[in-house]
Design a protein around this ligand. Structure first.
Ligand SMILES: *Cc1c(COP(=O)(O)O)cnc(C)c1O
Length: 388
């Protein structure tokens, strides 16, 4: 009898061990992992430095609650603020929680700091911001909302990369604009520069907060620590989670100093948030990224992967476009990708879709040239047997 809710359509694998770019199943078969557990194990499975640091922390301290401060949490806040344009950190345990914190702080700021009653947040079609009731409301995809209405009010949705629609949506109640620089779940859609510059201008003119959801794009994934760095942007709030602790649950909402007063004692909280074990893993992740220059590495390997995919597939009948940044790449096809993904899995390459027509590639930041070649060859072969 099934004992776990059927909330995921699971693939028929049962993995027992991971190492670097590889996953091993219960039959001893080895798979090349180009999913990284949904942009989470950005440094590969069981990275030795992280394993060692976490083992040591397990022998030191597990949990205190946020009524007390701990060194791993303080150290992580220090690192995150030093390495971004942000000044303050709120720790939680997942992406959705980080976005919840962003929504709450934006509303608080909007109501206390500006003259008018500002509470509305503009988000975008095809966005994904989480599965809690509020982040579901923020998400611009109808399919995830079905059956859960009524949802919280105060969100307005615009088509992505549409300047005119954005201008129409802004009004005296707008407190924030929230977006992903590259929509991960929504199809690996990259924000256009002109669109971002326009958002930047409108936010300044109307004192609107800019929230960037970096939950999938952050922690080196796109060839910068956070994706917004590609666009010459200064957000007010960013959210991060997935890759931050390489597989241990953590989330963080970062904001600039002007928002500091909006989160005061009692305004928000999380029992597990900033847990010493998860923070230790995150500190190790950021140390390894810096010491091994993995951001540059991700940019270089991402360029190679994109170039190789483009030369192998650009004239393929079934392929429409190949796009992305760094190691977040989408291959948009002219039809459903379910079957091609199936045949890649049969050939022991793990990839996932982003919407019905896009194959999404998320290798870890340490992916080798040889692994890139293997993946490109498998993808090409799988597409060749696909009937258009
Ligand atoms: C995965 C994701 C979330 C939700 O994160 P969870 O940890 O699953 O709650 C939010 N926003 C983006 C962009 C994501 O990719």
């Amino acid at each position: 009898m099934e004992t776990i809710f059927d909330t995921y359509q699971r693939y028929p694998f049962h993995f027992e061990k991971g190492e670097g770019s590889w996953l091993y199943d219960d039959k001893g078969e080895k798979y090349l992992d180009f999913t990284s557990g949904l942009a989470v194990t950005n440094l590969g499975h069981r990275h030795p430095v992280i394993v060692e640091k976490v083992k040591n922390q397990l022998d030191q301290l597990w949990h205190t609650s946020n009524l007390f401060s701990t060194s791993p949490q303080q150290e992580l806040a220090q690192k995150l603020t030093e390495q971004s344009s942000m000044d303050r950190v709120f720790f939680c345990n997942s992406g959705a929680e980080a976005n919840e914190a962003a929504i709450k702080i934006a509303r608080k700021y909007g109501q206390h700091t500006t003259r008018s009653h500002r509470y509305e947040i503009i988000t975008f079609e095809q966005s994904f911001h989480g599965r809690t009731i509020a982040t579901l409301a923020a998400t611009g995809q109808d399919k995830v909302k079905t059956g859960f209405r009524p949802l919280p009010q105060g969100f307005r949705y615009c088509p992505y990369n549409d300047i005119v629609a954005l201008d129409e949506a802004i009004n005296e109640h707008t407190c924030a604009i929230m977006l992903e620089m590259i929509q991960g779940e929504g199809g690996v859609n990259v924000a256009e520069s002109s669109f971002i510059q326009h958002i930047k201008k409108r936010c300044e003119e109307h004192q609107i907060l800019l929230i960037i959801d970096e939950i999938q794009t952050g922690i080196g994934r796109t060839g910068t620590l956070f994706a917004y760095e590609h666009w010459n942007l200064q957000p007010d709030i960013i959210t991060t989670a997935k890759g931050l602790a390489n597989g241990l649950p953590i989330g963080a909402m970062l904001a600039t100093e002007k928002l500091a007063e909006s989160f005061s004692p009692g305004s928000h909280g999380s029992t597990f948030g900033g847990n010493p074990i998860a923070c230790t893993a995150a500190n190790a992740v950021l140390d390894v990224i810096e010491q091994q220059q993995l951001i540059t590495q991700a940019a270089i390997q991402g360029d190679k992967l994109l170039a190789k995919l483009t030369s192998a597939l650009q004239h393929h009948d079934f392929v429409k476009t190949i796009r992305g940044k760094g190691l977040l790449i989408g291959i948009e096809c002219k039809g459903k990708v379910h079957d091609v993904i199936q045949s890649m899995h049969d050939q022991k390459l793990l990839v996932i879709p982003a919407g019905p027509n896009v194959i999404r590639l998320l290798p870890n930041l340490l992916v080798t040239d040889k692994q890139i070649d293997t993946a490109v060859q498998t993808i090409q072969e799988a597409l060749n047997i696909q009937n258009v």
